[in-house]
Design a protein around this ligand. Structure first.
Ligand code: APR
Ligand code: ZN
Length: 360
């Protein structure tokens, strides 16, 4: 089958191959025919080493498709079911799943699937990005890493729910808990930022100001519900209008750079909430004065997979979409073939797109 493979970290292109096979599934595994997969900034972040991944590996982690095979021990899905792939599957039995009710933080399965081989090519074994590997016609997932959806849901929009939509909307609703009537700054207008803007809108924010360095993204932000959209140089003027000049109630950083993380923290008022959604490099640092935490009492919070309980929240996203309150289809600005994946990655690098979907 066809798959897009990252040979070495640092490569700027993926190798699109047609001689990749799936390894034999185990009793707890589900084989999924991937029909659609989004191209997310995190795919690029694996290529450039921001997000650690053992290689060679098939990239892609935002996908949906149809169950083609199930292992003997699988009980929750059957052949023919439509599913969304989960890159951080909750095991259902650990301290995060049961005691803290934070299943997005369960790593019991995640590290295992990240390290296991999914594919075979010639004599070599290949891994899968985040243990998912949706840049392939078929992939292998443990039962816990698929969420069944209604077959009436378009699989191309379901794919987006698997990462960017859940991450951005979930950051606004679950992590930051944006309050009705509040003011929100969203940094970055890619797939995650657009989802965060929509999450803030759904939460009933009064002002949603998007910030992006790409002027073309300002109109995009407004079309998804931002009440204002500015270039980074104009952020201070926008901030001056919030809370009598004190700043925003919330900031959602959806870029993943130290400078924009710091800018997001600075954009919120005393007592406000800065939520970091973007993923930066392990060795990069963000600095804070040792005094300012005390003095400003700001909340600084990370958001992992939108704080989601995927079994509950994927359905919430799809119901919001069905009700016309969350625009998923409008987030797709290009539909492409797997052969075009490298052009798609270039477009992500340039910051030109919201979401490109590969049709497999
Ligand atoms: N200042 C302002 N805007 C910026 C800057 C900057 N310094 N750097 C990048 N941007 C903008 C880009 O122009 C683009 O519109 O941020 C947006 C990022 O969008 P995408 O590349 O599409 O990224 P996305 O897939 O939305 O992911 C965003 O979330 O999940 C994480 O790993 C992911 O860190 C990444 C972030
Ligand atoms: Zn992603």
């Amino acid at each position: 089958m066809r798959a897009a493979v990252l040979r070495s970290v640092g490569d700027t292109t993926l190798e699109v191959c047609d001689d990749v096979d799936l390894i034999d599934p185990g009793p707890g595994d589900v084989v999924v025919d991937i029909t659609h997969t989004g191209v997310c900034h995190s795919d690029l972040s694996v290529m450039n080493g921001t997000i650690p991944q053992h290689v060679p590996a098939v990239l892609g982690h935002e996908g949906a498709g149809v169950v083609a095979e199930v292992g003997d021990a699988v009980t929750s899905v059957s052949v023919g079911d439509h599913v969304i792939a989960v890159w951080s599957p909750p095991c259902g039995g650990c301290v995060y799943c049961l005691v803290h009710k934070r299943p997005n933080l369960c790593a019991d399965l995640q590290f295992g699937i990240m390290l296991r081989s999914h594919f075979r090519q010639g004599g070599a074994e290949l891994g899968a990005m985040c243990g998912v590997g949706t840049f392939a016609e078929r992939t292998l997932l443990p039962e816990q890493a698929v969420v069944r959806i209604d077959p009436s849901v378009p699989l191309e929009t379901a794919a987006l729910v698997g990462c960017g939509v859940m991450t951005g909307v979930g950051a606004a609703l679950n992590t930051a808990k944006v309050a009705p009537g509040s003011s929100v700054a969203v940094f970055g207008v890619g797939g995650v930022g657009v989802a965060a803007i929509q999450g803030a809108r759904i939460a009933g924010a009064a002002e949603i100001v998007a910030v992006d360095r790409n002027p073309a993204k300002l109109a995009v932000a407004r079309s998804f519900g931002a009440t204002e959209a500015v270039l980074p140089d104009d952020l201070d003027a926008a901030k001056a209008e919030m809370n009598g000049g004190q700043g925003f109630d919330y900031a959602l950083e959806c870029i993943g750079r130290p400078a924009t993380m710091r800018a997001a923290y600075d954009a919120v008022r005393r007592g406000g909430t800065c939520c970091i959604v973007g993923v930066g490099r392990i060795e990069e640092q963000v600095s804070f004065s040792a005094f300012e935490f005390f003095f400003n009492e700001k909340n600084l919070v990370g958001s992992y997979y939108g704080g989601a309980d995927v079994r509950v929240d994927f359905g919430r996203m799809l119901r919001l979409a069905e009700a016309g309150r969350l625009d998923l289809a409008g987030m797709i600005d290009r539909r492409i073939r797997l052969e075009d994946v490298n052009e798609a990655i270039e477009a992500v690098q340039a910051g030109d797109v919201v979401r490109q979907v590969i049709e497999l």
